[in-house]
Design a protein around this ligand. Structure first.
Ligand code: GLN
Length: 291
């Protein structure tokens, strides 16, 4: 078989090919897709252009990319999320810049966005609020899909708000920002829709070890993981217009507890939605019409 163009110009060995880099990373315990994304990033190509990699895996890793690749491999093997290494994460069709001051947006959270979009049409002056926005994922996806809504995003972390604002600027969307914990950031205001992906992991949960590079304040919430969900559900009624919805993301085993909290607080039409894995991941309710 005739050698490919890459093989003929390369004076180096098989050990330097992209295929070999991927094999080595895999043998060290890295997931195949993570290795592909990181190698693309090290090469200065779009991290998700994996088709290129599959077509060129007999190419040689250039000297200039080798150090970046080794550093990325080392960081990932140390547990850092791929999104922090490459500096970005896709969410609801948008590319968001992320760093260690914000939680990496998860595909599970797209369920919450989808639900929010179904609750109301794109009408001017519809007031929506995303509490604890982090990278801005939910708020920015909603802004992008519902340009007429009036959207506010809050966070108690000034660093997170900085990341979210930079993402908004990059994406060319405009929204309002508020700094502070949950609804204390928006005294006296009422909304037609409140959404949030709050921290919901129990403090002692061993799962937190795998998430150690992400901000603990965005992940853990008291002994049962429900502290922030309880606060949000307690505070929300004073900030909802009649007929408004409160939609919340929660842990894989918290749907029933959150439905009980919503019902006890006086919400109606309380129900849950499943994520892509078929797990009840979000629950919500409608604040009844004032009588
Ligand atoms: N979904 C994340 C996880 O379990 C947690 C996000 C959160 O606490 N809001 O990995």
């Amino acid at each position: 078989m005739a050698p490919s163009a890459y093989r003929t110009w390369s004076k180096r060995t098989l050990a330097d090919t992209l295929a070999h880099c991927l094999q080595t990373a895999h043998a060290q315990g890295l997931a195949r897709v993570d290795a592909q994304v990181l190698l693309m990033w090290a090469l200065g190509r779009h991290p998700h252009d994996r088709a290129w990699l599959l077509a060129h895996d007999d190419a040689v890793l250039p000297e200039t990319a080798a150090a970046r690749w080794q550093a990325a491999l080392h960081r990932r093997l140390g547990g850092e999320p791929v999104a922090y290494i490459v500096g970005e994460q896709a969410f609801y069709g948008l590319t968001l810049h992320v760093g260690p001051s914000v939680l990496v947006p998860r595909p599970d959270t797209e369920t919450l966005v989808q639900w929010a979009l179904e609750t109301a049409p794109d009408q001017a002056d519809f007031r929506c609020c995303d509490l604890g926005t982090g990278s801005g994922a939910i708020a920015l996806a909603l802004c992008h899909e519902r340009p007429q809504w009036s959207i506010t995003a809050t966070d108690q972390s000034a660093d997170a708000l900085g990341v979210a604002k930079a993402n908004a600027q990059r994406l060319g969307v405009r929204l309002r920002w508020a700094h502070g914990p949950w609804l204390a950031a928006l005294p006296g205001e009422r909304f037609d829709l409140i959404v949030s992906n709050p921290p919901y992991i129990a403090e002692g949960d061993p799962h937190l070890i795998a998430l150690r590079h992400e901000p603990l304040s965005a992940l853990a919430a008291g002994v049962d993981g429900l502290d922030d969900l309880r606060s949000l559900i307690g505070q929300a009624p004073a900030h909802l217009n009649a007929g408004a919805w409160l939609l919340l993301e929660h842990g894989h085993d918290q749907a029933q507890a959150v439905r009980v909290l919503l019902t006890q607080a006086g919400f109606t039409k309380v129900n849950s939605r499943k994520d892509l894995a078929g797990i009840e991941r979000c629950s919500g309710g409608r604040w009844p019409n004032a009588s």
